[in-house]
Design a protein around this ligand. Structure first.
Ligand code: 4AD
Ligand code: MG
Length: 430
């Protein structure tokens, strides 16, 4: 394979040729500093006129932002560079000259950057966020494979609405009606009955008219589902998984976290077990904090979640929500039928809910009753109900929203920067 910037460290003292783009540059009469990027990383190329001669020096000096080049030089250790290396340039060949690159080193507004997302992705900051996203995905596969889970891929085109019918993306499926998947959960429950412990990773869609820093129309979810796991077993998997992912990012993305200015001391504390409070206790806490108008049966909003999260330095589980607030499939608490065996995991620092999960109803009659109460079409859920007819077992699962998790771990304010091409209210391009 060709030499890349990320490999430069193993070529110290050697002459290498790297394909790169010019991210930025500074120059004087005698020396030019080229900020080079090749996708794998960033490195400074130093061009000294007295070493390379007039022709190459002029070529370097006149390079425009985002021009593509082949650059040849010797790799040197450099403690001032965050990357640790620089290149003493000997030669360069222009592949393509870029003209009037719109994203200049000056400040740009968010809408402008979002309109140029296809180019904005090249920036130092976006590069770092995408690398952290990739590490979270890598660590996810590693964790679940290590724990004996099987990866299962649920369909994207479906006839069911696990998370309520108000936010469905409708489409035609030849003569029938279909929806883009809101969650693969129902299929993952079937898969858990076949394979025991399973997880999925795929895109999910919510036609939510929400314009907040936490909402995307299309987002990616990791959905594990486990046969014979009850409510408490489920929370243990979640805290171990989230701790594993955070510690993996700390270990493998030091450069990226530094580039983003992330305070890593807060991430170092993210280790299982995580604190748990019930919905009832959350309400008491909120009333003490002066949130007077929230009553039993009301959903918790972003300000409530943030207030609760602020009193912990780890993610916190809020458990046992009122049955009326949650989807049809959740198992009621045997001690109090008004609440369900569910938990939302709220990230620290105001990043909000990153996981929703529960134990699932395993009794056929109760499930059929709930399907009716939620005005769902029993025929569409016939196959799902049938899982309770043939060796039904207690089982549980959860869904982790990837983009909110990337935002939290990276310390990025808005989820629009955590997915390569965000689908937002009013934004389908680029
Ligand atoms: O809480 P939710 O709706 O739960 C489910 O879909 C379950 N069926 C999952 C399961 O048990 N298998 O969504 C799960 C997570 C949320 O906690 C949040 O992190 C993320 O998905 N999420 C969103 N992320 C970005 N934009 C949106 N519009 C999101 N809606 C949910
Ligand atoms: Mg939820």
């Amino acid at each position: 394979m060709k030499t890349s910037i990320i490999q430069a460290g193993s070529h110290v003292g050697e002459e290498v040729t790297i394909g790169a783009w010019l991210a930025n540059k500074r120059s004087s009469g005698k020396i030019a500093f080229l900020q080079l990027r090749d996708g794998t990383g960033f490195i400074q190329g130093v061009v000294v006129k007295s070493e390379v001669g007039e022709e190459i020096f002029q070529k370097a000096k006149s390079l425009t932002q985002e021009s593509s080049i082949y650059v040849t030089g010797v790799i040197k250790e450099d403690t001032r560079s965050p990357f640790g290396y620089e290149m003493e340039v000997k030669d360069l060949t222009v592949i393509h000259e870029s003209t009037d690159y719109p994203i200049t080193p000056k400040e740009h507004g968010t809408e402008f950057l979002m309109d140029h997302r296809h180019l904005w992705l090249r920036s130092n900051r976006q590069h770092a966020v995408m690398k952290i996203r990739n590490e979270i995905i890598r660590a996810t596969y590693e964790f679940f494979n290590k724990e004996g889970f099987v990866k299962v891929d649920p369909p994207i085109l479906t006839g069911s609405a696990p998370e309520g019918t108000s936010e469905l993306f409708h489409t035609k499926y030849f003569e029938e009606d279909a929806y883009l998947s809101q969650s693969g959960q129902l299929y993952m429950e079937a898969a858990a009955m076949a394979l025991g412990k399973v997880f999925s990773f795929g895109p999910t869609f919510r036609a939510e008219k929400s314009k907040t820093r936490r909402h995307l129309i299309e987002f990616w979810m990791i959905e594990p589902e486990m046969a014979f796991y009850d409510f408490n077993d489920n929370l243990e998997v979640q805290e171990q998984y989230v701790s594993y992912v955070v510690q993996s990012v700390l270990e493998n993305c030091q450069l990226e976290l530094t580039r983003l200015g992330r305070d890593t001391s807060v991430l170092e504390k993210i280790k299982a077990p995580f604190p748990r409070i019930t919905y009832d206790d959350a309400l008491k806490f909120l009333h003490e904090k002066g949130f007077d108008d929230i009553q039993w049966g009301d959903d918790l909003g972003a300000p409530h979640e943030t207030a609760i999260a602020e009193s912990f330095d780890k993610p916190v589980f809020i458990t046992h929500y009122p049955t009326s607030l949650k989807p049809f499939y959740m198992q009621p608490d045997a001690d109090n039928e008004d609440v369900v065996l569910c938990a939302d995991l709220i990230a620290p620092e105001g990043y909000g809910e990153i996981i929703g999960g529960s134990e699932r109803i395993n009794n056929l009659e109760l499930l059929e009753q709930r399907i009716k109460e939620h005005n769902l079409e029993p025929e569409a859920y016939q196959w799902y109900s049938e899982l309770r007819k043939y060796g039904s077992v207690p089982h549980s699962g959860f869904g982790l929203g990837l983009e909110r998790t990337v935002a939290w771990i990276s310390g990025v304010e808005h989820v629009r920067e955590t997915i390569p091409f965000p689908r937002l209210l009013n934004r389908l391009y680029p």
